[in-house]
Design a protein around this ligand. Structure first.
Ligand code: FES
Length: 85
């Protein structure tokens, strides 16, 4: 379970394939973090290719260790509601 003041980091795969497709979901999640005033609690980072390129774009949420594949804006919305808020 997430501790109260534990910071969440959303890692986006920055590999060749994922970075081709992750701009929209990334922009969406960043805008939601700002809209909900979560800038102090959520940060964004990059990770190298995770060898799941067929499932691009891939992201990971730490410290929950939640992995999501084929992330669209629609999926990003659900991810935000379930894992970030
Ligand atoms: S480019 Fe993201 S898993 Fe390979």
């Amino acid at each position: 379970m997430k501790k109260k003041d534990e910071k969440t980091t959303i890692f986006f795969c920055n590999g060749k394939k994922c970075s081709k497709y992750n701009k929209e979901p990334k922009d969406y999640l960043k805008s939601q973090v700002i809209e909900f005033g979560l800038e102090d609690k959520v940060c964004f980072s990059k990770m190298d290719c995770q060898k799941m390129c067929k499932k691009a774009p891939v992201l990971c949420i730490e410290p929950k260790d939640v992995w999501k594949k084929e992330v669209t804006v629609k999926k990003a919305k659900k991810i935000f509601e379930k894992h970030i808020l």
